[in-house]
Write a protein that binds this ligand. Sequence first.
Ligand code: GTP
Length: 387
Amino acid sequence: MSSYQDDEEGVPFDGQASSFPKDFGYSGFEGDPENGFDHKPRILLMGLRRSGKSSIQKVVFHKMSPNETLFLESTNKIIKDDINNSSFVQFQIWDFPGQIDFFDSCYDFEMIFGGCGALVFVIDAQDDYNEALNKLNLFVTKAYKINPNIKFEVFIHKVDGLGDDSKMECQRDIHQRAIDDLADSSFEHIHLSFHLTSIYDHSIFEAFSKVVQKLITQLPALENLLNILNTNSAIEKSFLFDVVSKIYIATDSTPVDMQSYELCCDMIDVVIDLSSIYGVKEEQEPAAFDKESSSLIKLNNGTVLYLREVNQFLALVCILREDNFDHKGIIDYNFLCFRNAIQQVFELRNKTQSPLTNSIGSPVVNGKNIIGEGHLSPTLTDEHALS
Ligand SMILES: Nc1nc2c(ncn2[C@@H]2O[C@H](COP(=O)(O)OP(=O)(O)OP(=O)(O)O)[C@@H](O)[C@H]2O)c(=O)[nH]1
């Protein structure tokens, strides 16, 4: 394989417009880089030059502000970004140079696609996308032949420059042509998912949430637990957030509307900002988000946003009607049961599967740190407790 640059040191961005303080990160995780480094499932970022691949990776995972991406230099080798000791859900993101050529023998594509969980293909919607569609077809068919388990995700990117009608028209056109191209090459059974994205709003976080969720094998269990929590606590919508990246790793089964998601993201920003300004700092670890973290925001439309820490990486953020918040005690009790149940889900997984050698395409979930030091009743099952 050709050289790649290992970017695990972190990216020295100034992050001025970022909402997170620079010292806020996933500090407590003890990964095993020796053994686990190359076994993590991969998310590949591919697309033509200047389509926005590096910007996406920097904005979502390194808190770079969107304006700073204007100064990003073109990528000329594979940049491997290990979300290894820095995320609850662990995987690698490989950012490919736009000019990558399949006939270049210095790339080992068997290896690249072999351990790949998802291939994200970025198309610049503000540019002529004929060439991008040709490349998409080439990449997808080649990758599929090597590893049919890959999830193919198409980001129709930079849609901030388009009006609502043009966005829909662009998506319809790209979708149709991509599907037709696959059918022409006799690969009509390959499933492509399409997302309209921009780094200038929350759409990129939402799209990446969906990409990551498809790789989490416990997703149905998490979704079910959120459904049970909602039903028993009169909650309208709840998200399980990875706090640092602000991608949600699970939500209940009601449809996600963008406004709710944005509200919840903003709430995380507020909590982190406030606690990093006024929070008491422990001697070494930043205390921007810890087991005491919780927040309640009442909006003037009779809605309440409620945030609780689930573990050092995860937060539950719920939206509910103010009237239903009268029973806060029940909600809190149910939350403890929910947290306990989540811990059990991951403990089970860790028992049945070695975390560092899991199946291709499934990210390693750090169950070891799933829970803070909160004490819960160990005898309650989720169903029992929540009913
Ligand atoms: N308007 C707009 N511009 C964007 C968006 N995302 C990225 N860009 C801009 O697109 C340009 C190219 O972004 P890069 O991230 O360097 O693109 P790349 O695909 O990594 O490019 P190569 O490394 O050459 O393959 C930068 O000037 C970004 O600021 C977006 O969502 N909207």
